[in-house]
Design a protein around this ligand. Structure first.
Ligand code: NAD
Length: 275
């Protein structure tokens, strides 16, 4: 069993394990089994969202595992249709009820949905939830720099983290620099490019060189860049494989070669127009 020892300190003082399990597109049943197995394997971080429709399964998987709930870093997110102060307050309580937990470790606004123009009010509901002990840390997902600046400017409270699409084909250098200047941690969603980066010949070559798998090379790349990654799998062997990245390193040539794979290609929607 390999346990990830690495954590990243957030600006509010809490620590987040650098590697977690994503459960988008997992059913309740699949999420329950994947989460339980992942925790038994050594994961201490699970990423879900109300829109994934599997919060009950995630909560059950955490309860079934032989690790106290306090040792598992749990994230959920507020979906676009629940934006606005009152709707968000209700959505937070509904997520806690489905997960059967008193608090989540991290609560995120899933998308800024700028056309709704409600993300500042939504952020105020997250601030209130944190003050009420329902979320240890609060952050955002898919926010562009202008959305971040508006939140901070209007509330004086900075998100601790921004979870964005980030993989070898979309490396987000500009956003990462921006985050660093604001003290915001960068979390990578679709860290494997939804599987598409696994067959890139450059990744396959690096994997062969190190006697590792393509998934391990890409996850290791996220770790070496100081990113927080949440690769998704419900397959036991892959769940184990994806965690086994803390006993090898990429060299400077590997990092330079992956840097060149950036094409700026998005797999998901553009945050400037989505929602
Ligand atoms: P991913 O990049 O994690 O790729 C997952 C896919 O890669 C799996 O379905 C599987 O087919 C394959 N895979 C995983 N491990 C493998 C291995 N070892 N070998 C071979 N194939 C492997 O894609 P994702 O699920 O889109 O993203 C990960 C997580 O990020 C999600 O589950 C979710 O928690 C989060 N996410 C967040 C947002 C957001 O808007 N905030 C959007 C998308 C995803």
């Amino acid at each position: 069993m390999v346990t990830p020892q690495l954590t990243v300190q957030l600006s509010d003082g809490h620590r987040i394990p650098q590697l977690g399990l994503g459960v988008w597109q997992a059913s309740q049943y699949e999420a329950r089994h994947a989460v339980e197995l992942a925790i038994e394997t050594g994961y201490r971080h699970v990423d879900t969202a109300s829109i994934y429709g599997n919060e009950e399964g995630v909560g059950e998987g955490i309860r079934n595992a032989s690790v106290p709930r306090e040792q598992v870093f749990l994230t959920t997110k507020i979906w676009n249709d629940a934006q606005g102060r009152e709707n968000t307050a209700k959505a937070i309580d509904a997520s806690l009820t489905r997960l059967k937990v008193d608090y989540v470790d991290l609560l995120l606004i899933h998308w800024p949905a700028p056309s709704k123009d409600k993300y500042v009010e939504t952020w105020k509901a997250l601030i209130a939830a944190q003050q009420a002990g329902k979320a240890r840390s609060i952050g955002v997902s898919n926010f562009n720099p202008e959305h971040l600046h508006r939140l901070i400017g209007e509330t004086g409270v900075s998100p601790v983290l921004n979870q964005v699409e980030l993989h070898p084909f979309l490396q987000q250098q500009y956003l990462r620099k921006h985050h660093a200047s604001l003290g915001i941690a960068t979390q990578s969603w679709s860290p494997l490019g939804q599987g598409s980066a696994l067959t890139h010949s450059g990744i396959v070559g690096i994997a062969q060189k190190h006697g590792r798998t393509p998934a391990q090379v890409i996850i290791r790349w996220h770790m070496e860049l100081g990113l927080i990654a949440i690769p998704k799998s419900i397959t036991p062997s892959r769940i184990r494989e994806n965690l086994d990245v803390f006993n090898f390193s990429l060299d400077a040539a590997d990092l330079a070669s992956i840097e060149k794979m950036n094409t700026g290609t998005r797999l998901g929607p553009d945050p400037a127009s989505f929602g």
